[in-house]
Design a protein around this ligand. Sequence first.
Ligand code: ZN
Length: 427
Amino acid sequence: MQEKIRIALKNTDKIKEILRKYILPTLREVDKEEFIEMQKDWMPVMAICEKCNRIQHRDNEESIKPNRVKEYFGDKEVVSYVCEACGHNGKLSIWSGRLKLNWRVDWPAKWALYKTTCEPAGKDHSVKGGAYDTGIELCQELYGYVGPVKVPYEWLRLGDQDMGTSKGHIFTPKKYLEIADPRIYRTIILRTNPIKHITFRIEEISQYYDYYERMENIYYNIEKTEDSEENMFFNCIFPLTQITDIPEIKLKQLPLKLLTFLTQVQNVLSIDKLYEKAKTFMENNNFENVITIHEFKTLLTQTKNWLEEVKKIVENEKDPKVKREIIRKVEIFTIPNEIDKILIKNMDEKQIKGVRILKEYFEKNDDLDADSVQNKIFTIAKKDLVIPPRKFFETIYQIILGKKSGPRLGPFLSLLDKDWLLKRFNI
Ligand SMILES: [Zn+2]
């Protein structure tokens, strides 16, 4: 990069000329003069101050002043600069590693350095006279490299807002990796036409997983699609979503729904018991790659981080209908450590009788599956208690969750630990 900086410093006039050629026609008459004036003592390089280590200074909200290089002494390969932040007046060798090219030159220098063949960029850089246009010519004229294929794309929106660093409304790749799988993110980007904007919704990540799985199934011929275009599309983009070599067979993964459940019962079940549940699932579904407890813990942490983000969204959501919908779709719940005593006091004889029958049923039967549990609760309500099933379902929810509703009860209870359930039903 230092060599690229040297070339830029030697060719400042040429750079200015290219920038003028592209930028001037896009400016209003009044701004043209100002631009020409600004170019007079402009240099394409900035310096990191040796005294305060800053490269620029923010005057106020609007203007950021870079520590622009003032002069280039070609024979000594040295530049002079004035620090906008602390006022330091210094000199630096061009090989000091403390110089940086201006954005419009930095970009083409990197294309030349990495021999970039394709460089997608946001629509703001793709306008006429933008950094793309000047970049390609600078790349060819200065660095003798043809430059990449231009792929302009729309912005990625977070929820209903554009991302913006100044407003703090941002979402970094690092943050994303804390909450979900990188392949899913690649899928969201790749499935969308670059000129259309993407609305990324954290609360819809489970739908993105579903989409990914369908694509994966079609790629591995596990699922068929009637639509030949879709078939071609998935076959083309699936390999691009992979971050390692493409597996020869589909590597099954724990469903996000199961992980969401296991994550939220961590206060009542030990990690070993949770892993046991996950392992049973993997074995029952013939997983080729049964994950270790360590990998499982990583997935739980990731899911927990995701749920926390979703909860924040729910908190900030003003529309109660939307709020409920997110909670229902993501299946957010909390299991209180203790049952509310008042709740038990308020139960009538029938409700208590029902709970006892259900408890007995759990005592007598091992390995209960979701459907039989669901059916049993129905039968108890209808035959034993002769009350509307809804009322008895609410009773069970209250005992487990402290409120009248929650995820589908059959699968929910069958995933909980039997010993824990027996203790909980001991009312
Ligand atoms: Zn300084």
